[in-house]
Design a protein around this ligand. Structure first.
Ligand code: SAH
Ligand code: DHB
Ligand code: MG
Length: 248
């Protein structure tokens, strides 16, 4: 069996194969980063507010797991395309993706973002205020699964971005659909995870969460979804994008 078959077809690759996979990623990652920077420099004009949000995230010691600048712009473009008035984000971190998405809101639109960690929420609120978006963004502190049931009264949401823990990704997807309408867009981050999504036998709840998410989508007639693998500053991962095709 060749290396690629072992990497991509073997359900539980041996540790040696995992290490090779890491080496391969390292070799290519430098170029992915350079290309991401090139794209950002050409197509995503530098923006002091977004740059500041990232600096504040870093200075506060929050993890470097926000969407990349190019992914942030993609989120904004998608939300603009559907003229979103109501946006739900699950997983705020420092509010970087929140700012991109809130900028896409149609006049009078609102964004609700859910974050479990008070320390992260504090940084996010400062970033959102600095971006001049406090009047349009509503941060709900608490575990997403605790906050979501109350949102039924505030939906439906035109656009939902799922970007929190991977373990509960299937539950977040179910909520996203429940809080949607026909024509809503659901975007889910981290659906590839360096290809570890292929590890059917993995014991990690994060990997199983992502796989259960795909199982749910595959069996859900009210959503038409695909996933695109991404490489860049965040390594090899993926974005799932789905259109709600019937009222849930
Ligand atoms: N969307 C952000 C990145 C989010 S990182 C951006 O691109 O800028 C994932 C976030 O989800 C972290 O801030 C983490 O604290 C939060 N999170 C993890 N588990 C959660 C849960 N159960 N409920 C709410 N937020 C959660
Ligand atoms: C990681 C990356 C993410 O985009 C995310 O939402 C959570 C975690 C990570 O690389 O660990
Ligand atoms: Mg993510």
């Amino acid at each position: 069996m060749g290396i690629l078959e072992r990497l991509y077809l073997h359900p539980t690759p041996p540790a040696r194969v995992e290490r090779n996979q890491d080496k391969r990623q390292k070799k290519f990652k430098k170029k992915w980063i350079e290309v991401d920077r090139y794209i950002a420099q050409r197509l995503g004009p530098s923006d002091p507010v977004l740059d500041m949000a990232l600096k504040a995230r870093e200075a506060a010691g929050l993890p470097d797991i926000n969407v990349s600048p190019n992914q942030g712009k993609l989120l904004m473009l998608l939300a603009q395309t559907i003229r979103a008035h109501t946006i739900l984000e699950i997983g705020t971190l420092a509010g970087y993706s929140t700012i991109w998405l809130a900028r896409a809101l149609a006049p009078g639109g609102r964004l609700i973002t859910l974050e479990a960690k008070p320390r992260y929420a504090k940084i996010a609120l400062a970033n959102i205020a600095h971006a001049g978006l406090s009047n349009r963004v509503d941060l709900r502190l608490g575990r997403a699964l605790d906050s979501l049931p109350a949102l039924s009264a505030e939906g439906p949401f035109d656009f939902v971005f799922v970007d929190a823990d991977h373990e509960n990704m299937p539950e977040y997807f179910q909520w996203a659909l429940k809080l949607s309408r026909r024509g809503s867009l659901i975007v889910v981050d981290n659906v590839v995870r360096r290809g570890t999504v292929l590890h059917a036998g993995a014991s990690k709840p994060e990997i199983q969460g992502i796989r259960r998410f795909y199982d749910l989508v595959a069996a859900e007639p009210k959503v038409s979804m695909t996933a695109i693998q991404t490489v860049g500053v965040k390594g090899h991962d993926g974005f799932a994008i789905g259109l709600v095709t019937a009222d849930p």
